[in-house]
Design a protein around this ligand. Structure first.
Ligand SMILES: Cc1cc2nc3c(=O)[nH]c(=O)nc-3n(C[C@H](O)[C@H](O)[C@H](O)COP(=O)(O)OP(=O)(O)OC[C@H]3O[C@@H](n4cnc5c(N)ncnc54)[C@H](O)[C@@H]3O)c2cc1C
Length: 304
């Protein structure tokens, strides 16, 4: 049986060609071996079996629609894909027409899927006051739902529940909020942040955001810009594989978010601070345990 290390080297040009075809809705035209290779490289990297990272596609070269800033979007038909932003090889942001009548609180999730197929929970990354809804999705190779979402293109129709659920919400009593997230775990926290800034609540936001590679940190540019512009916001991105080729030139923090959360928390008063951990279940469990033991109020949501 073929193993990832048996797979022939995949060059950047063929990888980009596959993604361009997918972006143009012509996935069926991409040969199976091509797609299989891309997915196998992603799967191998996730399993830590491959020393060579999946090449970072140049966003502009992919042909994927680049979304305007959410604030500039005025809406669209419910569930319609209005824009897709490629973040890293396995992370995309979907900007969607808002389901009719959808009311939600920042931090909640809805169910999303390709029409007629299974739907799963995805956190709303946009804020309740915004005219569109935004989901940030990580591709799970072989998964039931995310490969189908990654095959859609702008104009496609997704099925979204018209009610949102979840109790992972901003603590309105706290004056300081410490967000700890891995990869797409930033989604509900971004919603809370945008909502809080919109409503003028919360005095301080510290955001610790981790991924294996810098390219897998959705909303990094937005959060970095916000941290520069707004003294209430501090953004600390970190990568756990600084030696990987994809991370050459990285000058930020390195290491996993859970131990770093303990370090950052040591500089934050426990009184008045609420901690929120979201994303990888192992990270969430460690943050709940360690920062809970340090005396913080901690809320959590696992993406599993
Ligand atoms: C409240 C809530 C909110 C969520 N919000 C988001 C969100 O905003 N964005 C998002 O991308 N996902 C989110 N998820 C996860 C999402 O609901 C799916 O479970 C996930 O996307 C996997 O879907 P799938 O059907 O493609 O894979 P599955 O068919 O469920 O998984 C295939 C295999 O991969 C494993 N697997 C599943 N997820 C992961 C993972 N993250 N990493 C590694 N292995 C995995 C499974 O154990 C299984 O063996 C959320 C989950 C919950 C409970």
């Amino acid at each position: 049986m073929a193993t990832p290390s048996d797979a022939p080297a995949l060059d950047l040009a063929s990888y980009e060609l596959t993604l361009r075809r997918a972006a143009a809705g012509r996935v069926a035209e991409a040969s199976d071996p091509e797609l299989a290779q891309v997915l196998e490289r992603i799967r191998a990297r996730r399993a830590g079996r491959s020393g060579s990272p999946v090449p970072q596609p140049a966003a502009a070269a992919l042909g994927l629609e680049r979304a305007p800033a959410p604030d500039a979007m005025t809406g669209g038909p419910p569930g319609q894909v209005l824009a897709i932003e490629q973040v890293g090889p396995a992370v995309r942001i979907f900007r969607l027409g808002r389901p009719t009548g959808l009311q939600f609180k920042a931090g909640q999730y809805l169910r999303a899927g390709v029409a007629g197929r299974k739907a799963k929970k995805f956190s709303l990354a946009s804020a309740p006051h915004e005219p569109i809804v935004e989901l940030c999705v990580e591709l799970i190779p072989g998964g039931e739902v995310t490969p189908l979402l990654f095959a859609v293109r702008v104009g496609a129709q997704l099925e979204l529940s018209d009610t949102a659920k979840g109790a992972f919400l901003l603590d309105e009593q706290a004056s300081r909020h410490f967000f700890v997230a891995t990869v797409t775990g930033i989604a509900p926290l971004r919603s809370m942040l945008r909502d809080a800034l919109h409503r003028g609540v919360g005095q301080e936001f510290v955001i610790l955001h981790g991924a294996s590679n810098a390219e897998d940190l959705p909303y990094r540019a937005e959060l970095e810009a916000l941290a520069v512009a707004d003294p209430r916001v501090r953004y600390v991105p970190t990568i756990s594989q600084p030696q990987a080729a994809a991370n050459q030139g990285w000058s930020g923090r390195t290491g996993r978010v859970d131990p770093l959360a303990v370090e950052v928390a040591a500089s934050i008063p426990t009184a008045g601070t609420h901690v929120y951990a979201c994303g990888n279940p192992g990270m969430v469990a460690n943050v709940v345990r360690d920062l809970g033991a340090a005396g913080f109020d901690v809320s959590s949501e696992e993406f599993s």
